[in-house]
Ligand binder design. Sequence first.
Ligand code: NDP
Ligand code: A1CAB
Length: 276
Amino acid sequence: MTIALPRTAMLGVGSMSGSVLEGLLAAGLDPTTVTLTTRSEQSAAAWRERGLDATATETDPDANREAVRGAGLVVLGVKPYLVGEVLDEVAASLHPGAVVVSVAVGTTLASMEARVPAGVRVVRALPNTPIGVGHGVTGVSAGTTADAEAVALASSVFTASGQVIEVPEAQLDALSAVSGSGPAYVFLLVEQWQQAAEALGFTPEQAATMVQGTIRGAVELIAASGLEPADLRRAVTSPKGTTERAVAVLQDADLAGTFTRASRAAIARAEEIAAS
Ligand SMILES: NC(=O)C1=CN([C@@H]2O[C@H](COP(=O)(O)OP(=O)(O)OC[C@H]3O[C@@H](n4cnc5c(N)ncnc54)[C@H](OP(=O)(O)O)[C@@H]3O)[C@@H](O)[C@H]2O)C=CC1
Ligand SMILES: O=C(O)[C@@H]1CCC=N1
């Protein structure tokens, strides 16, 4: 698939929107379509080395304003506390009818719409970093002035390299608590499981092969078989066998309750950010 976008400004291109950009480039986006800004010259230089047009605000205070001039699509990839500041900075330079997409958690559509001129359409997106390798999961919510065309354009940025779920904004913090933060939960599981394997006497390399290979294989098996995870689990768990004992220990840990508590903690933090 090759993706075409209107002239696009990406303001802030760190872990998250940098992964979005990687996904777009892998999907065939013409790099000359995009203008990037970062805070530091070091980050901008790293993108320029890859042939992209990138300017740092620390060397050019007009970088964000220049980037959005004439852009039909503006992607905000800065930390939540900077979204308002950056929008105030660029508002007067935004192209009438531009679509502004923020990937920030806890920064509401209302707070962004209040800062942009009439006619500028705002969309929120909550992607996750695997988008950089073609496996993103992104939640998208439309602002009050975002029409179907704006949502389709915003969504195309993320479907280029993964799946998109459109949800009302009221559900976006919860979606973020599942799939936005989710890669961190999986990386933690991998870390802890590899530690456990090493404690059984395996080398770090052997532990990584066993744990990461098993996770990849199991996820592929869910997708390829079309079966429910519970059915596949039962197929591994021989009655009176070894897995049964291990799974009983894991079930004692109340994983569902733990995931629910973890998600609620993330949602509470998103609400704190929105209120700040
Ligand atoms: N990380 C994740 O997995 C996810 C993050 N998000 C959201 O993504 C957003 C960014 O987070 P993340 O990518 O982790 O953060 P990073 O710190 O990795 O990236 C922030 C980027 O913003 C740049 N920046 C800072 N100030 C300015 C400015 N005034 N003008 C232009 N660029 C600026 C930074 O430049 P420099 O590199 O020079 O510092 C950097 O490129 C947050 O709002 C977060 O809520 C959403 C979902 C998942
Ligand atoms: O931790 C954070 O705040 C961001 C939002 C979701 C994932 N990372």
